[in-house]
Design a protein around this ligand. Sequence first.
Ligand code: NI
Length: 136
Amino acid sequence: MRISVFRKAHFNAAHRLHNPKWSDHKNAEVFGLCNNEYYHGHNYELEVKVSGEVDPETGYLIDLKVLSDLIKKEVEQKFDHKNLNLQVEEFKEINPTAENICWVIWKTLRTHLPEKFDLAVRLYETPRNYVEYEGL
Ligand code: NI
């Protein structure tokens, strides 16, 4: 039986969208309020979807405790209450947009999950704006 399990998580973080190759004027024009040089915060909501075959011996796809511990260690501890631009290595070179944050989370979790599982990550930056990455 092929099935999916989901785990939700959450973190607060600050960011600024800025392209150092552009003028201040162009940055302000493209990124608007998100370019504020003093940063701003979001309450990010994360949904992690793991798909695969149920293990007939346990009846589990994946132990949700294992998944939640993984998200806690690899995502929440790294991102929660952080300034993403200044304190998270991955965003020294790339803009911490919802798209890029989602991709970084997917890549991080992917390296810690067995190959047999498919992984999708959905990240809400606001209740109405969200992105999803499945690694396809
Ligand atoms: Ni923002």
